[in-house]
Design a protein around this ligand. Sequence first.
Ligand SMILES: [Zn+2]
Length: 397
Amino acid sequence: MHHFVITGARVFNGADSLGIVDVEVADGRIASVAGRRPEGVELIDGTGATLLPGLIDAHTHTDAESLRQALTFGITTELDMLSIPERMNPLRRQVAESSDFADVRSPSIGLTPADGHPHQLRQGEGDPPWPTATRVAEVPAFVEARILEGADYLKVLVEDGHLFGSALPRLAPELVAATVRAAHARDKMVLAHAMTIETAHQVVDAGVDGLTHLFFDRPHDDELIEKIAAAGIFVIPTLTVIASITGEPAGAELARDPRVRPKLTPIWLDNLSGAIATSPPENFGYALEALAALRRAGVDILAGTDAAHLGAPGMAHGASLHGELRLLVSGDFTPLEALRTATSVPARRFGLDDRGRIEPGLRADLTLVTGDPTVTIDDTLSVQRVWRGGVPAPAAN
Ligand SMILES: [Zn+2]
């Protein structure tokens, strides 16, 4: 097995900067941090670079190509937020057998009305029929079926479509509450898609564990921020997709970056350069203001992009997580705080106890980048090397 020591690099351990220390990797695990250097093992010179825990994107919709692409950007785990089990379950097996892909977790499909979000975005994807629950009494069976499919957590979607320029049937609040009861009885979290102040209030009142987007239809109210903080709910802002919805050119900027271009196919570069642009630009400011208020209230923030499949413009797996960290810093986060949102915080909130930090005994999911992103967040994109479970990731093509 691979046994090596990364020397000379600054180390960010998921929480803080440790300065320049050795990190020893053996049998896929971190064997020691700042320990005695063993004799006769391979030394990897990290001078001028910073070693980070493998990054975690807490909101994607993924497939094999996407997980492969994400890994080349130093993302070693993607938390999928809705996929079809007919595709996710073979993907899970593929990921378990090969280190060429980022690891993945998924809720399987989410609870939404028969013609609800995101069906309007998935036309042409060839989805098989998609079960739902229309009455409270049907919800326990819906939850149980998702758990049998392998769901790591449950997802509910409360969306009337107006921010996407459409009108959609919206999930009733009592169905959200019933999902929370059934999922919590089975020790599973419930994550909610709610992009407006009104629907965010509803899902928070229903007892969900996390929000998969910021709300940005109008300026936030303090009562909502206080409720989220008091309930210990975490928020995945997904500034990346909100930038796309409001026509901010964040994706296009990333697509011009020479550290991004060689790793993406022309069709993905094109996708990243585009924007959904169905909401007015001032709504992006509402999102940043809500984010700053959540941060002040001490709410756990997790970096996530909503990178999906081709046809969801403004995002690309891997590249966009770096863009998200940049956007978080533009929204008042320090670089150190931003790095935590993509490492130790998502690991803690999703119970991924074996990753997200650089500590002895944890998986050797590691990303080595040139420069010092604890000072200059943009340096996260300068990826030199990536290891998943101690195995070097294949070079990007
Ligand atoms: Zn999503």
